[in-house]
Ligand binder design. Structure first.
Ligand code: 5GP
Length: 189
């Protein structure tokens, strides 16, 4: 997706050989027009599938997932990283090690919003080692849903999440795949 790649090149900041900061349009501030195109692009990539729910994880997955949900007319379910008073039982849970925070969170999704009748697409902002997606797949499995695929805004192709998922036969659609962040430069596949 050329618009996304341009945005990454112009506004992205390479923090290290493994971490890209895209706070200005994806993580701390959202570019709604870009996000709308991202939602339409995901819808186009998965147009051969009937999708009943979009599943993501807070916080940065919610914007692209919502734009996909808006485009195809499907509700968006998101996993929370912390329990709250209003979300304490009736949950599917899974453990996820966070690449950026270097800590393990128990993520949870309400049992009310996923069922064995659902055909689900999993959406996230970044794919690094695949831990977040694996947690969401685990939750979809617990709910008995069918996962038709995974949509990622930015995949770091030099980390092994994409390979691990594709080797398991999971369809992964990434809108921008980065080959390397070496020497402060973003190089796409
Ligand atoms: P994974 O679970 O695939 O190892 O890592 C993906 C998760 O970590 C994403 O949900 C994203 O929030 C965060 N993440 C991983 N790498 C990066 C990165 O380079 N930049 C940013 N902004 N977030 C990242």
């Amino acid at each position: 997706m050329e618009l996304l790649k341009e945005k990454i090149v112009i506004e992205g900041k390479v923090l290290s050989d493994t971490v890209l900061k895209v706070d200005s349009f994806l993580n701390l501030q959202i570019d709604p027009l870009l996000m709308k195109e991202i939602g339409e692009e995901f819808a186009n990539r998965f147009k051969d599938e009937v999708i009943t729910k979009v599943l993501t994880i807070e916080s940065s997955g919610i914007a692209p997932a919502t734009m996909l949900g808006l485009t195809i007319g499907a509700p968006v379910v998101f996993a929370r990283k912390k329990k709250s008073l209003t979300l304490s039982d009736n949950l599917y849970t899974s453990k996820v090690y966070s690449f950026t925070k270097k800590e393990t969170n128990e993520i949870s999704v309400s049992k009310d919003f996923l069922s064995p009748d659902d055909n689900v697409v999993i959406i996230d902002d970044f794919l690094a080692n695949g831990e977040a997606v694996k947690g969401l797949l685990d939750i979809a499995n617990q709910a008995g849903c069918k996962v038709v695929g995974v949509g990622i805004v930015i995949e770091k192709g030099f980390q092994d999440g994409g390979k691990v998922l594709r080797d398991q036969g999971i369809r992964v659609e990434s809108l921008a795949i980065i080959n390397s962040l070496n020497n402060g430069m973003v190089e796409f596949v």
